[in-house]
Design a protein around this ligand. Structure first.
Ligand code: ADP
Length: 548
C-alpha cells in the first residue's frame, strides 16, 4: 500500500481526504516506524504534487462547515487539510516555514522533501542506517547549495533592475488564478514594494503593504492605492465627497484621529434626572449644544480639516459637524485607526483637550470611491509624499477569487522583496535543480563509502522537481529530464529547464523564468532538515491516544 490517503465523500457528496492514522494502531519502533512515517508523508505529497508549476492544477478545499477555498498555493492547501498523523503535520509546518521566511516556493519544498523521504526509504530497505543517510543528505545539500550559489546570476547591477523585478513577479503569478492579469498584478507588486522599501538598508517592511480584498467587479479592477482604504463613508450625505489639498491650494489635509466620543458627558448626578419644565429641558439642551460646540472648537483650533472618529455620534452632532464644515467619519475600528495614524503620521488622540496641531495626521486627498452601479462606497485616504503605506485593493467576482488573488499577490510581493534584499537569481522550470543534481551525482561517482548512496539518492530527489513540472505540463518526465541533463552538460549552462508552457525553448533565461536564489536555497535547506529530522525519529508517542 503506497498511499494511505483516500478520498471519500460525505452524505452531501462533498469530497474529503482521510489520512489513515497510524498512531492509533500501535506504537511503532525502529525501521517500521520510519517506514510508516515516510508513507504518511508521501500521501501528503501526492496531494499537492499536481499543483506544482504554471500548469499545476488548482484544488478546491471544503472545510467542515462548508467554506470553499480554491487555491494552488502549497502552504494554503496543506494548512486546510485536517491531519491526524504527526509526521504529515511536520510537512505542513515545513511548507509554512518556507512561507514565513520566503513566501514563495511552498509547493516545491514539499515536493522536494517528500522525494528525499522516498529516496531514504529505498536506502533503509537496502540496509543503510538512517543516521548515515541523514548525514549523507546533509553533505549533499551543502554541495548542492554551493553549486546553486555559483550558478546564480546577480541582476542587482543591471540597468533595468525594475524590469527584472517585474518579470520575476510575473513568473511567480504564472500558475495562479490571476494569470490572465499577471502584468497588472506583477506591476502592482513591484510598485508596492518600491513605494515602501528602505533603499539604504535594502529592506522591505511588509506591515506597510496592506492587502485588502472586496467582492465585486473583476480581477482587472484591482488597483494599488497610495494610502489606506476604509470600508466607510462620510457621516453626512451633504459633506463633500472629495477633499483634495491640491484643489484647495493647501499643502495637505489635516486629520484629527479621535478615540473620544462626540457626545456630551452625561450630567454627573446620582439622582434621577428630573425634567419637569420647559426651561429645564432647554437648559439641558443648551448644555449639550455647548458641549458639542466646545468639542468642535477644540478640533477647529487644532487646525483639523477632517475628523476620524472611533465612536459614533447622533444626528445632532452630525449636523453641527456639517454646519462647521468638518467632514467626519464615524465608527472606525481600532485597527483601522492605527493604520490611518501610521499612514498619515498622526497620533491617536483620546481626549479633545489633548488635540494640537502636531498630533494631526496629514494626507493629500481624502475621498469616497464608488463602485460602478452599486451603492457601495469606500473611503480612500491618499497620503502625502513623506509617508509610506500602500494598499493593494483587490477585486473579484466572488470571495474565493478575491482570496486567491490575495494569496497570489502575496507570493509575488515576496518574490520582489526577496530580490530587493538579495538580487541573485537562479533559473526556474527545474533548471536549478538539474544543475544541482548533476553536481551531486558527479560527487557520488567520486565517493567510495556509504555516502555515495546518499549522494545518488539526493541527486535523484532533486530530479523529482523537473520531472513533476514536466508531468504536470503533459510532457514525458523521463524524456524531459534526460534532455535537460544532456543539454546542460553539453552547453555547460544552468539555464535549461522544462518548457512548461510550450513556448518552444528550454532556455529559461530567454523566457525569464527565474526564482530568487535565497528562496531556492531555503527550499533545499528546509527540505533536507525535515528529512533528517524524520529519519531520526523512531518512536512516536501520541499522548492520550496510545496504549502502552
Ligand atoms: P510554489 O508554490 O512552490 O512556488 P508554483 O506552483 O508557483 O509552486 O510553481 C513554481 C515552479 O514552477 C518553480 O519551479 C518555477 O520555476 C516553475 N515555473 C513557473 N513558471 C514557469 C514557466 N513559465 N515555465 C517553466 N517553469 C515555470
Amino acid at each position: 500500500d503506497l498511499s494511505n490517503a483516500i478520498v471519500a465523500q460525505d452524505e452531501m457528496g462533498r469530497p474529503f481526504i482521510i489520512v489513515k492514522d497510524q498512531g492509533n494502531k500501535k506504537r511503532q519502533h525502529g525501521i517500521d516506524a520510519k517506514k510508516s512515517h515516510i508513507l504518511a508523508a508521501r500521501s501528503i505529497a501526492s496531494i499537492i504534487k499536481t499543483s506544482l508549476g504554471p500548469r499545476g492544477l488548482d484544488k478546491i478545499l471544503i472545510s467542515p462547515d462548508g467554506d470553499i477555498t480554491i487555491t494552488n498555493d502549497g502552504a494554503t492547501i496543506l494548512s486546510q487539510i485536517q491531519l491526524d498523523n504527526e509526521i504529515a503535520k511536520l510537512l505542513v509546518q515545513l511548507s509554512k516555514a518556507q512561507d514565513d521566511e520566503i513566501g514563495d516556493g511552498t509547493t516545491g519544498v514539499v515536493v522536494l522533501a517528500s522525494a528525499l523521504l522516498d529516496q531514504s526509504l529505498e536506502l533503509i530497505e537496502k540496509g543503510i542506517h538512517p543516521i548515515k543517510i541523514a548525514n549523507g543528505f546533509d553533505e549533499a545539500a551543502k554541495l548542492a547549495i554551493n553549486k546553486l550559489e555559483s550558478s546564480a546570476d546577480d541582476i542587482g547591477d543591471e540597468a533595468q533592475f525594475d524590469q527584472f523585478l517585474f518579470k520575476a513577479a510575473r513568473t511567480s503569478l504564472g500558475s495562479k488564478i490571476v494569470s490572465k492579469e499577471h502584468d497588472k498584478f506583477a506591476q502592482m507588486a513591484v510598485d508596492a514594494v518600491k513605494a515602501v522599501m528602505d533603499k539604504e538598508r535594502k529592506d522591505v517592511d511588509f506591515d506597510l503593504i496592506r492587502l485588502q480584498g472586496r467582492v465585486g467587479g473583476a480581477i482587472k479592477d484591482s488597483t494599488l492605492i497610495n494610502g489606506v482604504i476604509l470600508d466607510k463613508d462620510f457621516s453626512h450625505p451633504q459633506m463633500p465627497k472629495c477633499i483634495d489639498a491640491a484643489k484647495l491650494g493647501k499643502n495637505d489635509i489635516k486629520l484629527a484621529i479621535l478615540t473620544c466620543p462626540f457626545e456630551p458627558p452625561k450630567p454627573k448626578t446620582k439622582h434621577k434626572l428630573d425634567i419637569s419644565s420647559v426651561e429645564e429641558y432647554e437648559k439641558l439642551q443648551n448644555y449639550e449644544q455647548d458641549k458639542f460646540k466646545e468639542m468642535i472648537k477644540y478640533v477647529k483650533d487644532a487646525g483639523a480639516d477632517v475628523v476620524i472618529c472611533q465612536w459614533g455620534f447622533d444626528d445632532e452632532a452630525n449636523h453641527l459637524l456639517l454646519q462647521n464644515e468638518l467632514p467626519a467619519v464615524r465608527w472606525v475600528g481600532g485597527q483601522e485607526l492605527e493604520q490611518i495614524a501610521i499612514a498619515t503620521n498622526g497620533r491617536i488622540v483620546p481626549r479633545f483637550q489633548d488635540l494640537s496641531k502636531d498630533k494631526l495626521g496629514s494626507c493629500s486627498k481624502i475621498y469616497e470611491m464608488e463602485f460602478g452601479t452599486t451603492k457601495d462606497r469606500m473611503l480612500v485616504i491618499e497620503q502625502t509624499e513623506k509617508s509610506k503605506t500602500v494598499t493593494c485593493f483587490l477585486r473579484g467576482s466572488n470571495k474565493m477569487i478575491v482570496d486567491e488573488a490575495q494569496r497570489a499577490l502575496h507570493d509575488s510581493l515576496c518574490v520582489v522583496r526577496n530580490l530587493v534584499k538579495d538580487s541573485r537569481i537562479v533559473y526556474g522550470g527545474g533548471a536549478a535543480e538539474v544543475t544541482m543534481s548533476l553536481a551531486v551525482s558527479e560527487e557520488a561517482d567520486k565517493q567510495r563509502g556509504i555516502d555515495q548512496y546518499a549522494f545518488r539518492a539526493f541527486s535523484q530527489a532533486l530530479d523529482t522537481v523537473p520531472m513533476t513540472l514536466a508531468e504536470n505540463s503533459g510532457l514525458d518526465p523521463i524524456e524531459t529530464l534526460s534532455l535537460l541533463k544532456s543539454k546542460q552538460i553539453k552547453e555547460n549552462v544552468s539555464i535549461i529547464g522544462v518548457d512548461c508552457l510550450g513556448k518552444g525553448t528550454n532556455d529559461m533565461k530567454e523566457l525569464f523564468v527565474v526564482d530568487p536564489f535565497i528562496g531556492k536555497k531555503q527550499q533545499i535547506l528546509l527540505a533536507t532538515q525535515l528529512c533528517r529530522m524524520i529519519l531520526k525519529i523512531d518512536n512516536v508517542i501520541i499522548s492520550g491516544k496510545d496504549e502502552y
